[in-house]
Structure formats: C-alpha cells, structure tokens
Ligand binder design. Structure first.
Ligand SMILES: Cc1cc2nc3c(=O)[nH]c(=O)nc-3n(C[C@H](O)[C@H](O)[C@H](O)COP(=O)(O)O)c2cc1C
Length: 404
C-alpha cells in the first residue's frame, strides 16, 4: 500500500542553510533506492516534508529523519494512505519558498506534483501543503527548548506514610498523587488512587466482583480514601477521588453516603472533587444528571476524567459542565511531536476556556510534554514527571528548575 507521512520541523539555529542542497541530494539518492518519493519545502526557518512510498520504507526513512539533530521541534502532521503519489518524479526535491513571489509560489510547488487531480478533490496532504506554503496556522507552531533545559528537583522530604487499613479491603489502599501548577509551585489538589499494597494499579479489585457489586464496592472504597486523607492531614487542600459514573446512579443514596464520609473524617464537601471516568458508558443520563445536581448542591465539585478516551465525550460536556476536565494520558503522551494530538488539545483548551472549566493534563512523563502543554495554555499537571503516587502518603513534588 502507498503510504504518506507529512511533518513540519525547525532548522536548528546552529546549522547553516548552505548544507540543505547537499542534504536533499543525498536524500534523493537514498529515497530512490527504497522507491520513496516526495518534496521538502523550506521557508527560511521551517521544513515541511512529504514522504510517500511503501509503508516500511517510508517508516524507516522517517525514523532516521526524526533522530537527525540538524532540525528540532519536529511535529508529525499526517500519516495516511493514498491511491497514487502526489510527488512521484523524484526521490526528494528541495523547494526553497523564498525564491518565489507570494502570488506564484503555490502554483510553482504544485507544478512539481504528479497527482492527477491536485486540488480538485479534498486531498488532506495537499491541503497541508497549501497551508504551509501560504504561511497559515503559524500561530499554532508552539516551539519548545530541548528537554534538558529543565531539571526536576524534589526539594523537601515528604512526611512519613501512615499505617492504616480498612477491614473490608485488606489487600488494597490508596496512593496519593498531587496535581500541580509548576509555574507557581503550588499543589492544586491531591488525587487518591485505589491501588494494591505494592502500590500498583488496582485492576483486580473490580475484576473479581460480580457486576452488581462493582458500584457498591466503588463507593465503599471511598470511605478509606477519606479516612486516609483525614489522617494524613491534608488541611484545606482539595482532594480528588475517582468514581465510576454509574456508581452515582446504581447505588441508592450514593451522594448522601459520600457527604457523610467526608464529614466523618473532618473534611468539607467544598474541598472534594469527584472525577467520573469518561470510559464507562453512562446509560441513564437523566438519573446521572440528577445525582450530579445533588453532588453540586452539596458543594462537591465535578471533574470528567480520562477526557477524550471514552464514549461520552463532547455530548456529555454539552449536557453537564464540570469544574475540571482531566485530559486522558493517551492524548498527552508525546503531544509535543504529534500534530493531531496538538489540534485536539488546543480545541479542548479553547472549549474549556469558553466554559470556564479548568484543564488538567494527566500522565505527564516527559519534560517536552509539559513544556508544550504549558505553551498551549494548560496550567495544571499530574504525572510521574512531578510526583509518583505514594501509598498511604503524600509524595514530595519535583519542581522544574531552569538549567539556562
Ligand atoms: C529536514 C530533513 C529532511 C531529510 N530528508 C531525508 C529523506 O527524505 N531521505 C533520507 O534518506 N534522509 C533524509 N534526511 C537525512 C536523515 O535524517 C539522515 O541523516 C539520513 O537518512 C542518514 O541516516 P543514517 O546515517 O542513520 O543512515 C533528512 C534530514 C533533514 C534534516
């Protein structure tokens, strides 16, 4: 199958434009050997390259290009299949946009093309090319410094973890992981995550229960989360707990139970955020909405967790507006080099800003992910980069410190 990859990148400041002709000539020879063709546009600072050919060969060449240190901020814009080549004449041709007048440059680029229909039908690859040639969308080029320009340093020793368990769930407990604002060095909230006594994920907790018991167990487990938070002395900090949305519907008086447990442990409803995961299908929307009304009326805030990974998505957001949205870690991972993920995150940020909903990026593991998200306008983060979850305790936070 004929596959296509398109990316954009930035020529490194310490690399001279003089090398480009030689780079393209070498690329041309290598690509021809692998039956790969394409075009490399350069606008004085940025590259836009389209590679097409047999999938394996295109992937291999692209992998080499990704690790080339003569360019940086490489963002994959498109990976797709096509019936025919758009630039089938040469292995690789360098096209310097600055050599042409603005009115004629697009026509000159398209003249190099070999596809039958060019722009007659909606060909996304050629639309990407037009956008680059016409210098549109440049406000979305969020560029970040190298990963090692920040180091992450935990500057305090955490309080010791506590010994505590609940009779009904001896093999499980909660680990606490902070949600932080790295620029103001503030812990925004602590999330209590259900886990086994080794501190790893608690998948088994639910899988060994019958379907009727899952929701009751989900809710009951929060008793331990609140008790631990009370004992750990979280003060006025916000506490997030994760709940299956249908636990609020299927368990009678679920909200009353939560409020009772919150108060019994010296906490107040206003400091609790209930994060309902979007991955479970909400089948009784009216009953769910009614439970949420009760939750909010008591002072508890609502977050939608795993946003973007589930089945509810934008429709749920249209029906119920939470205080917070936690973007799913699969969207966050490698966001700095993935065009589709960047477009999705930017749309979520814009939508949430219009609705006064705060956005949290979860599962942040790499400095580049944090830098890109911060540049895009996300303020709150959770992930191992800042602090790993700590069983029965609150971990120290590794705050970013600039190396420059
Ligand atoms: C902007 C840019 C575009 C490139 N395009 C190609 C290309 O189309 N084909 C290719 O073989 N190498 C291309 N290269 C060079 C590769 O990154 C790499 O240097 C080359 O494949 C040799 O890799 P190797 O030494 O690991 O074999 C490009 C480099 C840059 C900076």
């Amino acid at each position: 199958m004929l596959s296509t990859i398109i990316y954009r990148s930035h020529l490194c400041d310490n690399v001279s434009v003089e090398i480009l002709a030689g780079l393209a000539a070498d690329a041309n020879v290598r690509n021809q050997l692998f039956d790969v063709t394409g075009i490399l546009l350069f606008n004085g600072s940025h590259f836009f390259q389209l590679l097409e050919g047999p999938e394996e060969a295109v992937n291999k060449i692209y992998d080499n290009i990704c690790s080339d240190n003569r360019h940086n901020n490489l963002v994959e814009l498109m990976r797709d299949y096509a019936p025919e080549r758009r630039f089938g004449n040469v292995g690789m041709e360098l096209f310097d946009l600055s050599q042409y007048a603005q009115e004629t440059v697009l026509e000159a680029v398209l003249k190099k093309g070999t596809s039958k229909y060019q722009l007659t039908y909606d060909d996304r690859a050629l639309q990407f090319l037009c956008t680059f040639v016409e210098a549109r969308e440049q406000e979305n080029y969020l560029e970040i410094p190298p990963a090692d320009s920040w180091s992450f340093v935990a500057d305090e020793t955490p309080e010791p973890a506590i010994e505590f368990s609940q009779a009904s769930m001896e093999d499980y407990s909660f680990a606490f992981q902070p949600i932080v604002d790295p620029l103001t060095r503030e812990v925004i909230s602590l999330e209590a995550k259900l886990c086994n006594l080794e501190g790893s994920s608690a998948h088994n907790y639910f899988s060994c229960l019958s379907p009727e018991k899952v929701y009751q167990a989900d809710l009951d487990s929060k008793k331990l989360a609140f008790a631990l938070a009370g004992k750990l002395g979280i003060g006025r900090k916000t506490l997030s707990i994760k709940l299956l949305p249908m636990s609020l519907v299927r368990v009678p008086e679920a909200v009353d139970f939560l409020i009772e447990q919150i108060k019994a442990n010296g906490l107040v409803p206003e400091q609790i955020v209930v994060a309902v995961t979007e991955t479970e299908v909400i089948t009784q929307v009216e009953e769910f909405a009614s439970a949420i009304r009760k939750l909010k009326a008591s002072g508890i805030s609502l977050a939608i967790d795993d946003f973007g990974a589930g089945s509810a998505g934008l429709l749920l957001l249209a029906q119920i507006q939470p205080e917070k949205i936690i973007i799913d870690r699969n969207i966050i991972s490698d966001v700095h080099k993935n065009g589709p993920k960047q477009a999705i995150v930017q749309a979520i940020i814009k939508c949430c800003s219009s609705l006064e909903i705060s956005v949290i990026a979860a599962g942040v593991e790499r400095p580049e992910e944090w830098m890109w998200l911060e540049a895009a306008g996300v303020l709150n983060f959770q992930g191992d980069l800042f602090a790993k979850p700590r069983l029965n305790g609150i971990p120290a936070v590794a705050w970013p410190e600039t190396e420059l």
